[in-house]
Design a protein around this ligand. Structure first.
Ligand code: EZ4
Ligand code: CO
Length: 409
């Protein structure tokens, strides 16, 4: 089963996606997601110029060997661009291997460990009444776990708060990457945030009771001691997790937070390697691993990372925003179903236009996602539809404190 071609496809059905399609001499195709939000063309060029030529003629069945060849063989290791490119190759090869076997990928990963993967949706509101409506709308959509993000008095726009929140069955349409030549700029005030958030969770618990799993994303904006204080303040509301309390590259920061609070901690959506987690796992400083298959070197690397996490009792909580393409989402769902230490899966529905380009087979019923029993990953790329949506530059916002200092977004 030799690789005959490896093509990159950039499409923008509302937002940009980079996809790798590998075809074998006997006509099997595999898809891989290589989307890196706001830096898409760097990964596309890496794949097109430096990876695709090395794949031609290789045995498509040698997934581990190809992973090591691209990782160790480049000499330059890790980093989001490299690891997204390797992830795309790895996903495409697993897609091909599972199609050749006539099985859904999760069967090759050890078979199903559960009926489906508990998904969490994203409720948000500019104020508390709007937030409560958004939570109701998500419960109506079938979600059984909900992330809560809220506007902050005095701040114009805040991470994770949709401008037109889901209501009456609408999709949560928050897309932080804005099209245009320059990133948008937002203003941030951590003290205002810390004052406001506990009262929001108080109102949510008062309305919906103690059972509903609630999550919250701090989006890297706090210092360790601020995060410790927030974690402590949120303890009465029994969060499922507090995500990205501090900037991700500082693993030691989590030690300080951990000393002060029993609120469960999740981190890792901007990580790209198991080496980003070694302190966090061995010292049991976190509860959930947030990496995406797309940004961490694919199914092969993610499986190893999650197996290591399991040794320390840490569970999965894979990243699943709309900037992970349906291909990357499907790869996550196969792992979610197969691994033992599954925790939860983030699920933001893709737009109808995205789903025209990427035809998916995964399902969402009674709060659970299932990758389907279609052989392979279960996603087809409609190349005609993809071609109708050319790349359009889009950037994530830049964040500034009220005095103009650049802050973490
Ligand atoms: O901001 O995927 O938990 N989810 C998140 C996402 C990230 C975007 C960045 O590309 O934090 O919304
Ligand atoms: Co996040």
């Amino acid at each position: 089963m030799k690789i005959q071609s490896a093509e990159t496809i950039v499409t923008s059905p509302g937002r940009n996606f980079v996809t790798l399609r590998i075809t074998t001499e006997d006509g099997l195709t595999g898809l891989g997601d290589a989307t890196l939000n706001g830096r898409e063309l760097a990964v596309e060029a890496y794949l097109r110029e430096h990876v695709a030529p090395l794949l031609l003629g290789r045995d498509a069945g040698r997934i581990e060997d190809t992973w090591q060849y691209l990782y160790r063989g480049a000499y330059w290791r890790r980093g989001p661009v490299t690891m997204a490119a390797i992830a795309a190759v790895d996903m495409a090869l697993w897609d091909i291997k599972a199609k050749a076997a006539g099985m859904p990928l999760y069967q090759l990963l050890g078979g199903a460990s559960r009926r489906g993967a508990l998904a969490y949706g994203h409720a948000s509101g500019r104020d508390v009444p709007e937030l409560l409506d958004s939570i109701r709308a998500h419960l109506d959509l079938g979600y059984r776990a909900i992330r809560v993000q809220t506007g902050i008095p005095g701040l114009d726009s805040v991470y994770g708060v949709a401008s037109s929140p889901a209501g009456g069955g609408e999709r949560y349409d928050y897309e932080p990457a804005q099209r245009g030549a320059l990133p948008a700029e937002e203003t941030w005030d951590t003290r205002a945030y810390l004052r406001h958030v506990p009262g929001v969770f108080e109102a949510v618990r008062a309305e919906f009771g103690p059972e509903l799993p609630l999550l919250h994303d701090g989006h890297h904006r706090m210092t360790p001691i601020q995060a410790a204080r927030l974690g402590k303040a949120l303890e009465p509301y029994d969060l499922f997790w507090l995500e990205d309390a501090t900037p991700g590259e500082d693993q030691a920061a989590l030690r300080l937070i951990r000393q002060h609070t029993t609120t469960p901690l999740a981190i890792g959506e901007v990580f790209n390697s198991v080496h980003d987690y070694t302190t966090l796992l061995s010292e049991r400083l976190i509860d959930y691993v947030r990496s995406a298959v797309t940004h961490t070197g694919g199914v092969t690397a993610m499986k190893k990372l999650l197996d290591l996490a399991g040794v320390y009792g840490v569970k999965s909580g894979m990243h699943g925003p709309t900037d992970i393409s349906p291909v990357g989402m499907a790869a996550a769902l196969h792992l979610d179903l197969a691994i033992h230490n599954f925790g939860i899966q983030e699920y933001m529905r893709h737009s109808p236009r995205t789903l025209e380009v990427f035809e998916t087979s995964y399902t969402f019923e009674e709060g659970l996602l299932h990758p389907s029993d279609t052989p392979g990953l279960g996603v087809t790329l409609n190349t005609e539809a993809a071609a109708a949506f050319p790349y359009s530059a889009a950037y994530l916002p830049v964040n500034r404190l009220t005095d103009g200092t650049v802050h973490d977004w």
